[in-house]
Design a protein around this ligand. Structure first.
Ligand code: FMN
Length: 393
């Protein structure tokens, strides 16, 4: 263990006193302001989620296609996924006392099953995006409800969720994730918006904070906001916290960890990727997605159809056999190591990854980069005050 680092990987408040702040979500205290983004299919399961929870962040199990390795996944899709989700939550709980969440995509046909199972199994927090999670509170009434975290990409979406939850369920989000266009996987933007400055994370984060302010007043409590999409270093975390975020959600960095549940081939494809390999594709979900270019993305870009059979009916918006490819099959393929024909989702910064480290090492380096950035800020402030004091009145 590095000097000055606690058992959960966070920096102790030492002489510098610049350690990063804990993330407080109501009565839930997360030692580090880092959420590991849910990553399907089979990329963030109990292995990665428990490691992140042990290292002081929020560990998140992705639920989409979670039953991929159950023997009856294709013949008994609903039950296989419920069983696998229970199994992974229980394993993660057995391996960690830290904060554990699940990620449930609104676009899934088995959304209700997954939400009800996560609540029954007592997860600490449910993240839900890829669509507006307008009905999520219906699964979570009562005192033992997990915290609810909608994932949005605009102030307008945050407003719609808050209004609907308040009027239908007398509830407001416990925390909101705002995900910008540099994220991996599905994006909540039109393709032509992705590179436009007005949709950058640094622009939409203040917009979401402003939208939530009146709802915080109504709730009589803070609704912390987590920034996601392209957050790569501890200095990036510092910048987002400076803009008003209470924490950051990171996906890409956690793929390149020893504990990530994906195959080694999947992780190595991040290390091999060049900047120009990170591309936008049109996913059968009906949203753009970011992935590493390979045979599949090239064929899809040409408009080739590679649908195969639709056995799962996993997505509400998918056109099934008419889709250009089966997203579940291709994500499973990639997860298991076929990174040429499978779909390798990745964030815009995946090409910057150049080594695979352990989760505690990653968390330590983020904390240390955060601390360095904070100390630089303090030093420049002291210099400025010194200059002002020395200058003649
Ligand atoms: C391989 C991969 C799979 C993902 N799967 C999901 C998912 O199932 N649900 C979801 O809400 N977000 C998903 N995401 C988005 C991440 O949770 C996270 O918010 C995003 O990647 C953050 O951006 P970053 O990768 O630049 O850190 C995925 C991202 C990646 C890279």
């Amino acid at each position: 263990m590095h000097q000055g680092v606690t058992a959960w990987g966070g920096l102790r408040k030492g002489a510098g006193g610049a350690s990063w702040p804990a993330l407080q979500i109501g009565d839930l205290r997360v030692p580090s302001p880092i959420v590991q983004g849910g990553m399907a299919v089979g990329i963030s399961l109990s292995g990665l989620a428990s490691a992140v929870a042990n290292a002081g962040g929020i560990g998140v199990i992705a639920t989409a296609g979670i039953g991929w390795d159950e023997p009856d996944f294709e013949t008994n899709f609903r039950e296989a996924n419920i069983r696998a989700l229970r199994r992974h939550i229980r394993i993660a709980r057995a391996q960690s006392n830290g904060v554990l969440g699940v990620n449930i995509m609104v676009a899934l046909t088995n959304y209700d099953d997954l939400a009800a199972t996560a609540v029954e199994e007592g997860v600490d927090i449910i993240f839900s995006g890829a669509g507006l999670p307008l009905t999520l509170p219906k699964f979570t009434q009562g005192a033992n409800s997990p915290k609810l975290a909608p994932i949005v990409s605009s102030g307008r979406a945050a407003d719609i969720v808050c209004r609907k939850w308040r009027s239908h369920y007398k509830r407001l989000p416990d925390v909101v994730v705002v995900e910008g266009p540099k994220a991996g996987g599905h994006l909540g933007f039109k393709p032509e918006q992705i590179d436009r400055q007005e949709y950058a994370l640094g622009k939409i984060l203040p917009e979401v904070l402003e939208t939530l302010a009146p709802y915080e007043a109504l709730a009589g409590r803070p609704i912390p906001v987590i920034a996601a999409g392209g957050v790569y270093s501890g200095a990036d975390v510092w910048s987002m916290l400076r803009l008003g975020a209470a924490g950051c959600q990171m996906g890409t960095r956690f793929v390149a960890t020893e504990e990530c549940d994906a195959s080694d081939n999947f992780k190595q494809s991040y290390l091999a990727a060049k900047k120009e390999d990170i591309q936008i594709i049109q996913s059968p979900v009906g949203l753009p997605g970011r992935a590493i270019a390979n045979c599949l993305t090239r064929e899809a870009a040409k408009g080739s159809r590679m649908p195969g059979r639709c056995l799962l009916n996993c997505l509400k918006s998918c056109t099934g056999p008419k889709a250009c490819f089966c997203i579940s099959a291709r994500l499973i393929q990639a997860r298991c190591g076929d990174v040429l024909e499978g779909l390798v989702f990745a964030g815009e910064n995946a090409w910057r990854v150049n080594e695979i480290v352990s989760v505690p090492e990653l968390m330590d380096s983020l904390a240390q980069e955060y601390e360095s950035r904070e100390l630089m800020e303090r030093a420049s402030l002291i210099l400025e005050i010194g200059r002002e004091a020395a200058s003649p009145a």
